[in-house]
Write a protein that binds this ligand. Structure first.
Ligand code: N01
Length: 555
């Protein structure tokens, strides 16, 4: 440590975020590598997404038994999921259980948002500043920001002057919102809106849903897990994890019987019906070419449209709810519990804002096409500035003081979704260009953190600093784009494409090649000595602190 009293504290690594990614990174770096690590977390507790997204109806849509850490058998054995898809309180309780079990909280500064992280090129250290005035220096910066953490609110005239309450689903008040007897507006019908709408309808006096684009939704078929199921899962956990590890999305779903064209119309209908009844994301695996072939996709889309038409009684409402102009699955598929049925209630109305966008919010309601819809509460289920928002909203600068917003001006550039050229010793968990958003994110997180930990271990042993090479990064960005071009994803204006944020470059953000292929490429890079990374000597200068190997130090 420097003798300069004004010198910030030195750490080996800073982890930003204490969601599932940050918690696991903290555990691996601190407890396995023995590094002096500090995590900074804006919230007052662990859990990330599940700390913030407390809106009614919030739950995971990967099955709980897989939407959980696999790295520790005792941890697996110590937790019992109550439902097929756990609700937010249970997911948050799980995150807290993990934090307790691995004693993570002592290394986390809660209520502390990182405001800036600048790479000091001369000293080869990251200088990290927080909103609470803390400043530290660290050799490694591990960003566990979450790719859906920067909420996006619409720029609607008058919203700031609304006389009632306004809440974004991604920042739901922890004390809850009393909607009893209230007139409520929900703006947005993506996964958050579709989960919240049936629950809000049950509580509110009247619910008005403002929909710009109808989204496809399939039934979740959530249910309690039986004791026998829990026992079976516990006995088979390693095998189940291994099976999920071979699936592109890190899930266990019945394999597709082939391409749609290989099946007769009756076989196609039967396959779709089977998966519709089973519920869940397995619907997307009805055909091997579901997300690749327009005709295959159209068959599945038509099947869902028919289910909407037969569920929603009012013909005009049914028509408005029926997606027509993008392939199913190319905007993130939603899982619901009674979503379409909700529109059969007398106290729920649907207002399309497609042809006539919201004109303005008045002090007492929402005006569309000259009609004032009077409400007491406005719920913004309007999504997130996905992948890049959490980075560009922070003052993050790499070599030469270059801001990430400049490096990513024309869309994010990353090597393997885990590193960025010009940002040495920075590792991004589930960054742009990683499979993350198209997978069971817990599986993606574990793969990323394990790979990053190995890489950092290698750097510590060799005394090197790692930086992604421009050429390797260019090749990865091209590869991500090329794989996406084989799919139907680019055909929708989705957050996968950055299309939900005005002015954001249209670039397909996640890696669509699937987890196994991705893992294989990451493993190959590691096995070959981290190809695509320039490793330069760290050079111990006077300010450099050697690794202290003191997992218990609390700075
Ligand atoms: O956000 P979204 P989300 N005026 O972007 C509309 C994950 N997640 O929070 O489609 C009017 O999907 C927008 O309209 P359009 C999951 O990965 C998972 O719902 O852009 N409307 C859309 O209807 C998911 O995909 C779960 O035309 C505006 C909605 O708001 C991701 O998070 C649960 C508007 C936003 O939908 C994001 O989901 C929840 C404007 N200016 C979330 N701007 C699980 O089930 C946006 N909209 C695990």
């Amino acid at each position: 440590m420097s003798n300069n009293p004004r010198e910030p504290r030195h750490l080996d690594a800073v982890v930003i975020g204490a969601g599932f990614g940050g918690m696991y990174a903290l555990h691996r770096l601190r407890d396995d590598l023995g590094m002096d690590v500090r995590a900074f977390e804006a919230g007052d507790g662990v859990g990330g997404t599940w700390y913030w997204n407390r809106y009614p109806g919030a739950r995971c849509d990967a099955e709980s038994i897989l939407y959980s850490y696999s790295f520790d058998q005792d941890l697996q054995d110590s937790w019992t999921w109550s439902e097929r898809y756990a609700a937010q309180p249970e997911l948050l309780a799980y995150a807290e259980h993990v934090a307790d079990r691995f004693d993570l909280r002592r290394s986390i500064d809660f209520g502390t948002r990182v405001s800036a992280a600048h790479y000091d090129e001369e000293r080869k250290l990251w200088r990290v500043s927080t909103g609470t005035g803390t400043e530290v220096l660290a050799r490694y910066l591990v960003t566990a920001l979450g790719f859906l953490s920067a909420s996006q609110s619409p720029d609607i005239d008058g919203l700031a002057d609304f006389g009632g309450e306004v809440h974004h689903t991604g920042h739901w008040p922890h004390e809850g919102v009393d909607l009893d007897g209230k007139r409520v507006a929900v703006i947005g019908t993506g996964s958050s809106g579709i989960q919240a709408i049936p629950e809000i309808a049950r509580q509110a006096a009247h619910l008005t849903v403002f929909q710009r684009t109808p989204h496809f939704s399939v039934p979740a078929r959530n249910r309690p897990l039986t004791e026998e199921e829990v026992a079976r899962v516990r006995a088979d956990y390693p095998a189940l994890r291994a099976e999920a590890g071979e699936n592109a999305a890190g899930l266990i779903v019945a394999a597709a019987p082939g391409n749609a064209a290989d099946l007769s119309p009756e076989e196609r209908a039967a396959e779709l019906q089977r998966r519709w009844e089973a519920g869940g994301l397995g619907f997307l695996s009805s055909f091997e070419d579901f997300l690749m072939d327009e005709d295959a996709n159209a068959t599945a889309a038509e099947f869902v449209r028919e289910r909407i038409q037969e569920t929603v009684r009012d013909a005009r409402t049914a028509e408005l709810l029926t997606p027509a102009d993008y392939p199913i699955g190319t905007k993130r598929i939603c899982l619901d519990t009674g979503y379409y049925e909700t529109y059969n209630r007398d106290d729920v109305s649907l207002v399309s804002i497609r042809e006539h966008p919201i004109e303005r919010v008045t002090p007492t309601g929402v005006r569309v096409n000259g009609v004032d819809h009077e409400v007491d509460v406005i719920v913004l289920a309007t999504g997130f500035d996905a992948f890049t928002g959490p980075y560009t909203r922070m003052d993050l600068r790499g070599r030469g003081g270059r801001p990430i917003s400049q490096a990513w001006e024309e869309g994010p550039r990353s090597y393997l979704g885990v590193a960025v050229a010009g940002f040495p010793n920075m590792f991004t968990i589930t960054g742009p260009g990683s499979p993350s958003a198209l997978t069971n994110v817990l599986a993606s997180i574990e793969q990323h953190v394990d790979w990053i930990t190995d890489h950092i271990g290698y750097l510590e042993e060799s005394g090197m600093v790692a930086e992604a090479e421009e050429a390797a990064q260019d090749a990865w960005v091209d590869h991500v784009g090329e794989i996406a071009s084989y799919t139907l994803y680019p055909k929708a204006g989705s957050w996968y494409m950055g299309a939900n944020v005005p002015g954001k470059p249209r670039v397909f953000l996640p890696y669509a090649g699937g987890l196994p292929l991705y893992r294989e490429q990451c493993d190959k890079v590691a096995a070959e000595g981290y190809t695509g990374f320039a490793h330069t000597p760290r050079e111990c200068g006077p300010a450099h602190d050697p690794v202290r190997k003191n997992p218990n130090s609390s700075y």
